[in-house]
Design a protein. Structure first.
Length: 105
C-alpha cells in the first residue's frame, strides 16, 4: 500500500490583507516546515483537507475568499494559544475606529 504524502502549508497574516502562503511542501519539505514552526513556537493546525486545498496555491498567493471563515477560525485559535489574542484584538479595534463627526442643529 502506498503511503499518503504529508502536506504542510505556512500562512502569514498581517491583519490588513488576506493571509498569504509563505511556504508549502510535501513529505520532507513538509517535515522541515513543521520543525521550523515548532522551533519558533508557531501554533500548528492539523487539517489534511485544508492543506490539500491550500497546496494548490502558489507561494505569495493570498487565501481565496471562500476560505476566509475557516482560516479566521484557525487564526483566532492560534492567537489565543500563543497569548497574542488581546494585542491582536486591540490592533483590529484601533484600525477600525473611525472618528465620529458631530453636527450642530
Amino acid at each position: 500500500m502506498r503511503e499518503i504524502p504529508r502536506f504542510a502549508i505556512a500562512l502569514e497574516y498581517d491583519g490588513k490583507q488576506a493571509p498569504r502562503v509563505t511556504a508549502r511542501g510535501v513529505d520532507e519539505i513538509a517535515n522541515q516546515i513543521l520543525r521550523l514552526a515548532q522551533e519558533a513556537n508557531v501554533p500548528i493546525h492539523l487539517d489534511r483537507d485544508l492543506a490539500l486545498v491550500l497546496d494548490q496555491l502558489d507561494l505569495g498567493d493570498h487565501v481565496p475568499e471562500a476560505l476566509y471563515v475557516v482560516i479566521a477560525e484557525i487564526l483566532a485559535f492560534a492567537y489565543q494559544v500563543s497569548g497574542k489574542h488581546k494585542a491582536f484584538m486591540d490592533d483590529i479595534e484601533a484600525q477600525h475606529a473611525q472618528p465620529t463627526e458631530t453636527a450642530e442643529l
